[in-house]
Design a protein around this ligand. Structure first.
Ligand code: FMN
Length: 179
């Protein structure tokens, strides 16, 4: 198979959409205001100390509030939380997001989405500007793992579905002119 080189934004978007990921909601609270957004640009940085990196766009309300609180909770969504992902990826009011979706306060006072597969409470160590994003480097201060749930998977601009036998089925690959 030939891998043809293109440099426009659509081809780049197509290429990265072919990398399946889990889906999280990263959320923060300053005690008065809440902000949260869907994020899949996340990876574990180290086990010792347990730390993660999340890439957040500069112009998101959530990024701005995390810069102030320096704390957050990351909820790994379960396969039946597709709607949660959609709600938290909209640029609608934060009040609306947290009114629609059930959440609880973690030990660090940060919002954890109810029904998630796992959650991490984090302390932000640094925020490194990169392109139009911030690389948020954070230590994990508490881990919550539930059992018996499947992850929500994002792939090719869609979500995987769960078959009655529990198998996860990816959405079809979107073809474009360069494939
Ligand atoms: C599946 C999925 C994954 C996303 N991952 C990220 C991400 O990793 N980083 C990011 O900055 N935006 C990501 N977004 C977009 C944000 O969720 C979206 O811009 C959101 O409206 C920002 O929220 P806020 O401005 O209300 O804080 C993702 C959207 C979707 C649907």
């Amino acid at each position: 198979m030939t891998c043809r080189m293109h440099d426009d934004a659509a081809d780049f978007r197509t290429a990265v959409s072919r990398f399946p990921t889990g889906v999280t909601v990263i959320a923060t609270s300053d005690g008065t205001k809440l902000a949260g957004m869907t994020a899949n640009a996340i990876f574990s940085l180290s086990l010792n100390p347990p730390s993660i990196v999340v890439s957040l766009q500069n112009d998101a309300e959530t990024t701005r509030l995390i810069g102030l609180t320096r704390k957050a909770a990351v909820s790994f969504l379960s396969s039946d939380q597709r709607q949660v992902s959609e709600i938290f990826s909209r640029r609608n009011s934060q009040t609306e997001k947290f009114r629609t979706v059930p959440w609880t306060e973690g030990n660090n006072g940060q919002p954890i989405i109810e029904g998630c597969i796992s959650a991490l409470e984090i302390d932000v160590q640094s925020m490194i500007p990169a392109a139009d994003h911030q690389l948020v480097i954070a230590n994990v201060t508490r881990i919550v793992n539930s059992s018996g749930l499947s992850p929500l998977i994002y792939y090719s601009s869609g979500y995987a579905t769960v078959e009655p036998d529990g198998r996860l089925v990816l959405p079809p690959v979107k073809r474009d002119h360069s494939s």
